[in-house]
Write a protein that binds this ligand. Structure first.
Ligand code: NAD
Length: 329
């Protein structure tokens, strides 16, 4: 008896997390449809999958309705770094809110399972450490991060209203800081910033005194959490935190990146941006108990793989520039 492959839609599939997810799903035998408007995603990210029979890519903006036939939906489409989501904040909110309505509508019609890539930003600048899922957050609705934070909060509301009103099979993952190969080199996120600056021998920019902490999860670990959550029994709707509970100060991260790249970069200091959280760390008790999940990649190993990626990307760009080829941004 032949087994029919599951049809899985990944919105934002050409982005950093989305492209790793598409790879994982294709590798496990699913039939994957990647939908992306390429705002921050890149065709290069999924180029390795394009020839495979179980993968296809569609240029589409999820703020418009989509009519396809699938069994599962991972809704990842949304710019994730402040530089990108603040570029067009109205579009960011539309992507989170109208995009969620469109994807939930599609899932409702198809009776498909749907997973929302939510974020630790729903906790805002948290008053509780580490943050459990029950913490309601401390978000500034009118600040420059509001378009992202409130958009994601509203998307969570929509997921749970569709769940209550239409008995839909939903999953909500609250993702904490994730890093790895294929992060956007100009996204202003701390890991990519530090690595690119170190590889270029440029000064490493530290905001504030560097004592603010972050907890960095390697991309492979996060994708494992996504897949486990989607496969979990339907009563496990979440929201569920996915992230690495090991806290590192931003100053320690800078030192580690300098050591691993062997860079001669020096550290320069700038003021902390508005509403930048001083501490961010997931409580992953629920994910560990309910999904048997916890990150396993040590920061040093993950950084080494990420540095190798950026090293190759920057060398390629240098070669392209020397050859006069157009450079992808
Ligand atoms: N990487 C992290 O640390 C992190 C943390 C928390 C939450 N998340 C969430 O995970 C998801 C993926 O994040 P990422 O880090 O891969 O970011 P990313 O910017 O690399 O990926 C987002 C993708 O969505 C696409 N996109 C944006 N708007 C779209 C639209 N209207 N229609 C179709 N496609 C659209 C982009 O082109 C891109 O490919 C996002 O929803 C983000 O909010 C990521």
């Amino acid at each position: 008896m032949s087994v029919v492959a599951k049809r899985v839609l990944v919105t934002g599939g050409a982005g950093f997390l989305g492209s790793h997810l598409c790879e994982r799903l294709v590798a496990q035998g699913d039939d994957v449809l990647c939908v992306d408007n390429y705002f921050t995603g890149r065709k290069d990210n999924v180029a390795g999958l394009l020839g495979t029979p179980h993968f296809e890519a569609l240029r589409h903006d999820i703020t418009h309705p989509l009519f396809v036939e699938v069994d599962e939906i991972y809704n990842l489409a949304c710019p994730a770094s402040p530089i990108h989501y603040q570029f067009d904040p109205v579009q960011t909110t539309k992507t989170s809110v109208i995009g969620a309505i469109n994807m939930l509508g599609l899932a409702k019609r198809l009776k498909a399972k749907i997973l929302q890539a939510s974020t630790s930003e729903v906790y805002g600048d948290p008053g509780v450490h580490p943050q459990p899922e029950s913490y309601r957050g401390n978000v500034n609705p009118i600040g420059p991060r509001g378009c992202y934070d409130e958009g994601k909060r509203c998307a969570e509301t929509l997921f749970f209203d569709y769940f209550r009103q239409h008995q839909m099979r939903i999953r909500v993952a609250r993702i904490f800081n994730t890093y790895g190969p294929r992060m956007h080199p100009n996204d202003g996120r701390v890991v990519s910033n530090f690595i690119v600056q170190a590889l270029q021998g440029a000064p490493i920019t530290l905001y504030g005194d560097g004592s603010q902490t972050r907890a960095f999860c390697f991309v492979d670990d996060l994708i494992d959490g996504f897949v486990r959550l989607m496969a979990a029994p339907d009563h496990l709707t979440g929201p569920i935190n996915l992230g690495n509970p090991q806290e590192t100060s931003v100053a320690e991260l800078a030192e580690l990146v300098i050591a691993l790249t062997g860079s001669r970069s020096v550290i320069t200091r700038r003021p902390l941006p508005v509403d930048d959280p001083v501490q961010r760390c997931p409580d992953i008790t629920l994910a560990t108990k309910l999904l048997g999940w916890r990150p396993t990649t040590p920061l040093k190993d993950g950084l080494t793989r990420t540095i190798a990626y950026f090293d190759q990307l920057l060398s390629q760009r240098r070669e392209d520039a020397e050859a006069g080829a157009p450079i992808a941004v």
